[in-house]
Design a protein around this ligand. Sequence first.
Ligand SMILES: O=C(O)C(=O)C[C@]1(C(=O)O)C=C[C@@H](O)C=C1
Length: 367
Amino acid sequence: MVPQTLPEARLQIDALDEQIQKLISQRARVAQAVANIKQQMGDTGNHYRPSREAEVLRRAIERNHGPDGGPLTDETIARLMREIMSVCLSLESPLTIAYLGPEGTYTQAAVQKHFGDSVTARPARAIDEIFRDVETGAADYGVVPVANSIGGLVSHTLDELVHTKLRICGEVTLPVHHHLLSMQGDFDGLTKIYSHAQSFAQCRKWLDARLPKVELEVVSSNGEAARRAAAEGKGTAAIASLQAGRINALNILASNIEDDPSNTTRFLVLGKQEPEISGNDITSVVMTAHRNQPGALFKLLQPFAENGLDLTRLESRQVRDSVVTDYYFFVDFAGHAADPKVRAVLETIRSDAAFFKILGSYPRAVM
Ligand SMILES: O=C(O)C(=O)C[C@]1(C(=O)O)C=C[C@@H](O)C=C1
């Protein structure tokens, strides 16, 4: 019944809140029971289940389109469900997630988007440190950037992937919006802007048009840029995320100043786990072809086409220290390595490749 007066509306909201709270508490109790069941089944690791989480989020989005759907967007519904699950998971297993710090970087925003707020985010100084933190158990999972729609591939991540024993257990895509942030409230007397080199490149047109005379100083990350603008105060600004602005109590001088509003960064979640089949999965592999064989790459990719496996990404990267030109091919395709059809294709490719490694099968990003 649609309320007609404010007291009526408030009464309805109070009654709904009571129900929501009761249900959330019930859900949390069931999650605690799930943890016990997993332990009884001999589960010794943490209780995070990427495939189940993807399934829960996909269901929430489906319901949003059904008879119980409401005025909220799919993204909002998924975000709310994400937080409820994050809280439930923290009751089962408190998780530590390593990310490319310092606080306020886009990688930290990716951690929050993927795991919700109820995890401990552990900043690392470099991408290889994130891999080491997960390998040594200092963190349960790690989140690393792998590609940006404008800036291209993150080579450190690709290089580490070739050698690591870790698996890719998830992906996160994050629209990247840059903001001009400062302790001061206007552009007056602004002489210096700090940011990461890629962010400057992505805001080039705006900077040329609006602040052509201001000095631009490249720093190691957007989080660091925001920290400096906060420490140095008047006369300085940073190009960074809203989160970095919030953490450093900076004012927003200009929003969404990136040249391309569809600018997106893709991140990978790394762990020691092999996610189960979720029904909408990606498998990532890396391989090299035998040298001096005409059509070697064609031959490696042929089994994907012959078996109807949809390639979603193909990147090449030169093998480091290689005297003769040699390339790693990073291939993503739709499917899961535990599916017998996919397994057979991968075995064929493995026998044809000079080097072949499965990096992981994981649910396609839902949010
Ligand atoms: O279904 C499970 O395995 C759970 O542990 C429950 C739950 C949830 O809250 O829905 C919590 C954590 C997992 O990552 C997945 C789902």
